[in-house]
Design a protein around this ligand. Structure first.
Ligand code: HEM
Length: 124
């Protein structure tokens, strides 16, 4: 099947679909219309309504949705976020996952601290 060009939406456009009878959301820079899925969502309709019109990537990932869920969400795909507003930049920008940067930073700081302690104790 040929790759179709996805419709481009701004975050502001998605934000207008924020009512219980019109629920869009952004997950990994893709736009989903989950209005018809609300009643079927195993995690309940409330969470979907709560994130209506919003960027719900972190929340979606935090649940640890199954590959079945990821397969299922494809049928609700209506487009993608315009390139300038995407979290994951392609081209000039780099992908920064702030959480993993924080973890890596802390690990580095702990490592440096331990190295100092070892250095100090080996001087004795
Ligand atoms: C298109 C979007 C979504 C689809 C297709 C989807 C699909 C599913 C499916 C199939 C499950 C059952 C468990 C699994 O297979 O992983 C599930 C559970 C769940 N989902 Fe979603 N989901 C979507 C978005 C979201 C969002 C945005 C949130 C939170 C803001 C959310 C929160 C939950 C929760 C809390 C559960 C229950 C987990 C449990 O009981 O252990 N989902 N979802």
């Amino acid at each position: 099947m040929a790759q179709t060009v996805q419709k481009q939406y701004s975050l502001a456009e998605v934000a207008q679909h924020n009512k219980p009878d019109d629920v869009w959301m952004v997950i990994h820079d893709k736009v989903y219309d989950v209005t018809k899925f609300l009643h079927e969502h195993p995690g309940g309709e409330e969470v979907l309504i709560e994130w209506a019109g919003k960027e719900a990537t972190a929340e979606f990932d935090d649940v640890g949705h199954s590959s079945d869920a990821k397969e299922q969400m494809k049928q609700f795909l209506v487009g993608e976020i315009i390139e300038t507003e995407r979290k994951k930049k392609t081209g000039a920008g780099i992908t920064i996952n702030q959480r993993s940067a924080l973890i890596a930073g802390s690990a580095l700081a702990i490592g440096a601290g331990l190295a100092l302690i070892f250095k100090a104790s080996s001087k004795k």
